[in-house]
Design a protein around this ligand. Structure first.
Ligand code: GZL
Length: 342
């Protein structure tokens, strides 16, 4: 019996409601390019004089190290802080929401100049964000959003996750001529990125009556859980499955191991499509085991500190910045892998 991993209805409605604010952007085009930066509320440090980057302290609460993407994300931010002479207090949340809340409350008590959060979960942040606002400390969100009023954070820096899910669904429809019995490996259920990648994929395959998700279960964005879930579903759905959609490459790579262990050929007997486009995904595509991946660029460091610099100077920043991506297929892997930066 496979548990459906449901985001609570309240969280789902909250996340999708928040979506309506910044949703609908096309192919990951940066809204920052299109919308003139308006004075985003929640950015002006109350009565503080503008500071140079070398004078500020940034508290960064990271989800953990659940995937290759996350490791690249942390590295990009830590290296950029080093390069710009910013004092970065790095708190590894070990993928536990409450650890992150405690770390951010600690940053507030310490009186850091800016707080950066990559939220493990999108719900449960309002009280902490209100505290940060009361303390006059601007908050920058990176890699995922939160279910909170926009005036509780300065800006959010993410990919267009609905677009990513839609691209995966459209690619799979083309690849299977609209006939697929799909296993969906969901990311962390309470994270907006999982809700949105699921929504985008569902929207794309809804146009094809012979494309069905026969089971959808969370592998929490990790290779280990992706493998374990796929093992269970392969035996529960013997001979039925011809496609896997994984919300990230790490779960796809785990599923590929399970498919092989079951004596099947990943990439042939079962088509595999995922999201992130990390280097191990290109290696799997070159081995013919992964069919396609939708890029979600984790190298937020430079743009993040450009944004923090503006906030420290009291300048307006766009409320939302969408980091663009593209689809990579296995036929491209050998020529592209050399130029991949993560
Ligand atoms: C995307 C990020 C997701 C990645 C996963 O912005 O939040 O979390 O797609 C990571 O690999 O675990």
């Amino acid at each position: 019996m496979h548990r459906q991993n449901h985001v609570s209805r309240r969280a789902l409605l909250a996340i999708l409601g928040a979506l309506s604010i910044g949703a609908g952007c096309s192919r990951g085009e940066s809204e920052a390019d299109s919308a003139a930066p308006k004075p985003a509320s929640g950015t002006e440090p109350a009565g503080k004089k503008p500071k140079k980057l070398s004078e500020i302290v940034v508290g960064f609460s990271q989800t953990g190290a659940e995937s290759s993407w996350r490791i690249a994300h942390s590295k990009s931010i830590q290296e950029e802080a080093e390069k710009r002479g910013v004092q970065l207090l790095f708190a590894d949340g070990q993928n536990v929401h409450n650890n992150q809340v405690n770390a951010v409350n600690g940053f507030i008590t310490k009186g850091v100049d800016v707080i950066v959060i990559a939220p493990q979960e999108s719900v449960g942040w309002k009280p902490t964000l209100k505290e940060a606002k009361r303390a006059g400390i601007p908050v920058v969100l990176t890699s995922r959003g939160v279910d909170a009023e926009e005036d509780l954070y300065a800006t959010v820096m993410v990919a267009d996750f609905v677009w990513e899910g839609r691209q995966a669904g459209e690619w799979l429809a083309k690849q299977t001529n609209g006939k697929a019995r799909i296993i969906e490996l969901v990311g962390t259920p309470a994270a907006d990125v999982a809700v949105m990648r699921k929504a985008g994929f569902a929207e794309a395959i809804a146009k094809h009556p012979d494309m069905k998700v026969i089971a959808s279960q969370s592998g929490d964005f990790t290779r280990t859980k992706g493998k374990a879930v796929m093992e269970t579903l392969l035996s529960a759905h013997k001979g039925e499955i011809n496609a896997v959609y994984a919300h990230n490459d790490d779960m796809a790579l785990g599923a590929i191991q399970a498919i092989q262990a079951a004596g099947l050929k990943p990439g042939q007997d079962i088509v595999v499509v995922s999201v992130d486009a990390v280097k191990p995904a290109f290696e799997a595509m070159m081995e013919g085991k992964l069919n396609a991946t939708v890029e979600c660029n984790p190298l937020h460091g430079p743009l993040l500190f450009d944004t923090i610099e503006k906030i420290a100077r009291g300048e307006a920043v766009p409320k939302r910045t969408v980091v663009p991506g593209q689809v990579f297929e296995r036929e491209q892997a050998a020529t592209v892998i050399g130029s991949r930066a993560y």
